[in-house]
Write a protein that binds this ligand. Structure first.
Ligand code: CA
Length: 230
């Protein structure tokens, strides 16, 4: 049974209760916040393992909460799953760029939401464990050696440009995590580079082509960005 603490940030009482009920049933400890201000206080005092954050809040909105959580020394690495309105791609992109880890669109099925939460908690644990080693990433049939700047698909060595390598590394480090084009561009060029979405897309096309069959591992998330297959 799960024992992690999840902070639920949602102002609508009915949805808050639905979330609380489903999470508690799954064995999570649940803290509730009805506003951004409460959320920031609870994130400090309760040290949750995950924040489930509705973006539509009165007063300080969810994106601002996300930004503040990422700024706080104590809260910067707590995984955040956003609850967003259907069709809210602009909010999703903004939230991911502020450091949210994943999102679920409303109306949501509790089963899908719980699966997403489990996945984010597991990825956070895996990422922490892997950060320690990071000599070689093995994903499906791919082996990526950052030290040697080498990529193998099965037994075959693949020649990548340094840009393509950095794009692949950024995605493959965190399978299942969606990166926006801006985030990919930052990995490749640094923070101040003007983002041209097209140039990221061009890199992805080239990368997929060179990876042959393994190119399928780089998935397009329509309207948002790219992710490496889990
Ligand atoms: Ca709301």
């Amino acid at each position: 049974m799960a024992r992690e603490t999840i902070l639920v940030v949602e102002d609508e009482a009915e949805i808050q209760e639905l979330l609380r009920y489903n999470l508690a049933k799954e064995g999570y400890r649940v803290c509730l916040a009805s506003s951004g201000e409460q959320a920031l206080m609870a994130a400090q005092s309760e040290s949750p393992q995950l924040v489930l954050l509705d973006l539509m809040l009165p007063g300080m909105d969810g994106l601002e909460v996300c930004r503040m959580l990422r700024r706080g020394r104590q809260t910067q690495s707590i995984p955040i799953v956003m609850l967003t309105a259907k069709g809210g791609e602009a909010d999703i992109v903004a939230g991911l760029e502020l450091g949210a880890d994943d999102y679920v669109t409303k109306p949501f099925s509790p089963r899908v939401l719980l699966a997403r939460i489990r996945a984010v908690l597991r990825r956070a644990a895996d990422a922490a464990a892997e950060e320690a080693e990071s000599e070689c990433l093995c994903r499906h049939e791919l082996q990526i050696h950052p030290g040697r700047h080498e990529v193998l698909v099965g037994e075959e060595s693949v020649e990548l440009t340094s840009t393509e390598f950095r794009v692949l590394w950024a995605l493959a480090r965190r399978p299942g995590w969606v990166l926006t084009r801006r985030q990919i561009s930052e990995v490749v060029h640094g923070m101040d580079y003007p983002v041209a979405d097209r140039s990221v897309d061009v890199q992805i096309v080239a990368l997929r082509r060179k990876l042959l069959d393994a190119g399928r591992l780089i998935e397009t998330v329509r309207g948002v960005g790219y992710r490496f297959k889990e």
